[in-house]
Design a protein around this ligand. Structure first.
Ligand code: AMP
Length: 148
């Protein structure tokens, strides 16, 4: 078994933060490249809602900027010593984007939490973790918070 590329998906929740050390540790042990990904939920992709583009585009640009800054800032300590970590912000439906990115980039392992933020995306699309486990083209390590 070769693990050269690991994808860690985060929604900045406690559940996903708990899974991070597993991704980092595996990346160190296997000498793998680590991709840290956050997906901004795209409201326009929901059941046909009309969203005025001009304003929503500006909001998304701001969200993308803050998400990128957050990815780089909060995981700084854990990443110490790991080379070439990539921080990526995507837009869409989280489970679809994670699965798509995995296929396109030949990821060998996905690491995520079993629980995330419970917002509108979960209500509309169910569990990200469950969908990724069902559809991903590679193995998925889902890490449960002890309190769950
Ligand atoms: P959920 O199934 O939505 O409760 O979330 C389970 C896990 O999926 C989280 O702990 C994260 O690891 C990942 N996840 C959920 N939403 C996102 C997102 N928007 N971007 C990246 N990863 C996510």
């Amino acid at each position: 078994m070769e693990i050269k590329k690991i994808l860690f998906a985060t929604d900045f929740s406690e559940g996903s933060s708990h899974a991070l050390p597993y991704a980092v540790d595996m990346a160190r042990r296997y000498g793998a490249k680590l991709y840290i990904i956050h997906v901004i939920f795209d409201v326009a992709k929901t059941v046909g809602w009309y969203v005025p583009h001009v304003s929503i585009d500006e909001i998304y640009q701001d969200m993308e900027k803050s998400a990128k800054a957050e990815l780089e800032k909060i995981f700084l300590d854990e990443m110490r010593g790991l080379q070439g970590v990539e921080h990526i912000v995507l837009k869409g439906i989280p489970n679809e984007e994670i699965t798509k990115f995995t296929g396109e980039n030949e990821i060998d392992l996905i690491v995520l939490g079993t629980h995330g933020r419970r917002g509108i995306d979960r209500v509309l699309f169910g569990s990200t973790a469950e969908q990724v486990v069902r559809n991903a083209p590679c193995p998925v390590l889902s890490v449960r918070l002890p309190k769950h």
